[in-house]
Structures are given as C-alpha cells and as structure tokens.
Design a protein around this ligand. Structure first.
Ligand code: ATP
Ligand code: MG
Length: 141
C-alpha cells in the first residue's frame, strides 16, 4: 500500500552541498516527493520535533545542531514508505550503515548524520503535521 513518511535533509548535508545528490537518490529510489520546503528550525521547534528524546544526554547537542542551519523537510510517498526510507537511509551511526545508504554516503558522524526518517506510521503522521498542512501535500499523479 502506498503510504507516507517524513524526511529531513539535515543541516550538515545542506552545508556540505549534498542536498541535490540526496534528492536525486530519493527520486532514483522510487519515492514520490509529495511536498518539500527549505526551512530553518528555531531551537524551540527542534526541541518540539525531538520531544521524544527529552532527557537523553545528546538532546541539547541534537537540538542545537538541528537549529544550526537550513534543512529540507520532505513528505515522501511509496509502498511501505516508513520501513523503506529507514532502509534507504541506513543505520543511525554512519559507521554501522550499509554500503550505498544515504548515511553511509553523506553522514559525517553519529550526531551529524545527513538525514532523518520517521520510525513508525504513527510518528510519520505526527511529524508531517508538524511541518505541513494537508493542502500542501501535492500528489504528482
Ligand atoms: P532520526 O530520528 O534523526 O532519523 P534515528 O531514528 O536513526 O535518527 P534516534 O535514536 O531517533 O535515531 O536519534 C535521533 C538523532 O539523535 C540521531 O539521528 C542522531 O543524530 C542523534 N543521536 C542519537 N543517538 C546519539 C548519541 N548517542 N550521541 C549523539 N547524537 C545522537
Ligand atoms: Mg528517530
């Protein structure tokens, strides 16, 4: 069944000029981009987005990094989009990521790991709603 996931091209990848290559990778892997926007999160927005990690030792580093520069927020459509996108991006730590995954190709460290992917359909819907209204989700066909 075609469903949706939420993706971010994180500030490290944007700063390193990898946005275009990652968008190519997304399109060449069979995802439909249903919406996309370049944005810069405030610290408060990053804290809200990653609220699930409040209290973890890396929370401050994570939210400071996510609000440190521009990022692309995207809604991707594909059969089993959530699971597929997690496979496409690879393990959280790039040293553990499989060859050919986006994190293996473009992440520089565990904290600056190029892309985000939702971890469940429920969280995908919440994360999409954090950045996009229904009217902004554009089906290409
Ligand atoms: P994301 O949610 O960004 O797609 P993930 O689901 O693979 O990543 P999470 O466990 O949700 O991993 O962690 C969120 C983000 O927090 C990671 O992508 C990474 O950037 C950062 N992070 C996670 N664990 C650590 C850690 N031990 N030290 C530093 N940063 C970390
Ligand atoms: Mg996560």
């Amino acid at each position: 069944m075609t469903n949706r996931t939420f993706a971010i091209i994180k500030p490290d990848a944007v700063k390193n000029n990898n946005s275009g290559k990652i968008i190519d990778h997304i399109l060449n892997s069979g995802y439909e981009i249903l919406s996309a926007r370049l944005t810069r999160m405030t610290l408060a927005q990053a804290e809200g987005f990653y609220a699930v990690h409040v209290g973890r030792p890396f929370f401050e580093e994570l939210t400071r990094f996510m609000s440190s520069g521009s990022c692309w927020v995207l809604v991707l459509g594909k059969d089993n989009a959530v699971e597929e996108w997690r496979k496409t991006i690879g393990a959280t730590n790039p040293v553990d990521a499989d060859e050919g995954t986006i994190r293996k190709l473009y992440a520089t460290s565990l904290s600056e790991n190029a892309v985000h992917g939702s971890d469940s359909d429920k969280n995908a819907a919440i994360e999409i709603g954090f950045f996009f209204s229904d009217a902004e989700l554009i089906a290409c066909q």
